[in-house]
Write a protein that binds this ligand. Sequence first.
Ligand code: KG4
Ligand code: ZN
Length: 351
Amino acid sequence: MIVLGIETSCDETAAALVRDDRAILAELVLSQLEEHRPFGGVVPEIAARSHLEHVDRLVAGVMARAGLSFAELDAVAATGGPGLIGGVMVGVMTAKAIALVAGKPFLAVNHLEGHALTARLTESIAFPYLLLLVSGGHCQLLAVLGVGAYRRLGTTIDDAAGEAFDKVAKMLGLGYPGGPAVQRAAQTGDPARFALPRPMKGRPGCDFSFSGLKNAVRLLVEGLPRPLGERDAADVAAGFQAAVAESVAERTRRAIALFRERWPEGRHLVVAGGVAANTALRQALTATAAEAGMEFLAPPLALCTDNAAMIAWAGIERLRLCLTDPLDFAPRPRWPLDPGAPKARGAGVKA
Ligand code: KG4
Ligand code: ZN
C-alpha cells in the first residue's frame, strides 16, 4: 500500500510517499522561513500563496524520485486541518484533484493525528501510549488509544510552548524562529541567575500555561541595562528554558500518573512537535519517563517538525480501516483530536 501525503497547514510545504511497511519512499519539505522572517512570524496570506506556488512541483518531485505514477498510488492524503485555512485549502484541493483524476481514495488527515501517529511510523509501537505534543501552535498531552481515538489529558490555557520560545527570543533580540535561537543562547547562560516562575507547578490536572512566565521574562528584561549584553541575554534564555523544561516535565509526570491509572498496559511516552528539538526539554522528559518506568520515544527531528511523511502515514493507518473521506470534505481551521475534552480556559486559548 502506497499513499501520497501533502502538508500545507503552516509554513512548510511538504509532499511524501510512504508505504505500509513503514518505508518513506520519497519526501520533500520546503520551508518558508525566509519569506516570513522579515515579519518575525508566519503571515497567513504569504503562506497560502507560497504553498500554491510550490505544492505541484513538490508532488511531482516525490513522484519522480520514487519513480511512481499516480495510477500506482493507493490513496492521496492531505492535512485537512487544523491550521491556517488558506494553506490547508491549497493542500486539500491538490490532493482532491489528484484523487479524482487518478480514481483513488482521498483522505483528509488531522494534522495533530499526523504528529500523534508518527511514533508508529518510526517504531512499531502498539496503542495505547502517552503523547506530549509541543509545537509552535500546540501544547497538549494526549492518550493515544487508536486511530481516531484520543483522550486529551492536558492542554495549554494560553500560549503554546513554541510560541513562548518565539516571543522570548524576540524580547532578547535573538531573531526568528525563536526556539533554536534561545537554545543556542542558553548554552552559555546560567539558568540559576534569575528566579523565574515554574508555571502551573503543583496545580491539579495536566494543563499548561506559559503567558505568566513570558510576562515575567518581559519584566526581567525591561529591568536590565540596554542594549542587552550577551551575558544577560544568555542567562535569561537559560533561565527561561529551564523553567519551561521543568514545568513541562512536571505536567507530564502528572499525566503519566493519570494515564497509568486508566491504561495500565501503555508503556511509552512519545514526544512530537518542533519544541521536541529542545535538548533541555528532552533531558527533563527522559528523566521523567525513566523515573516512572516508561519508555521515552522521540522521533527523529525531521519527523518531529511539520512534514508530509506523517500525513501519508496517518493516511495509511486510516486507509487500513477504510476511513476515507468524500471529495466535498471542507477544510477545518479548528479540529480537536478529542472533541469531548472540556474547553480550555484562559487568555488567547485557541483549541
Ligand atoms: O512543529 P513545528 O515545526 O511547527 C508547528 O508549530 O506546527 O514547531 C515550530 C516551533 C517554533 O515555535 C520553534 O521556535 C520551536 O518549534 N522550536 C524550538 C526548537 N526548535 C524549534 N523550541 C525550543 N527549542 C528548540 N531547539
Ligand atoms: Zn505541526
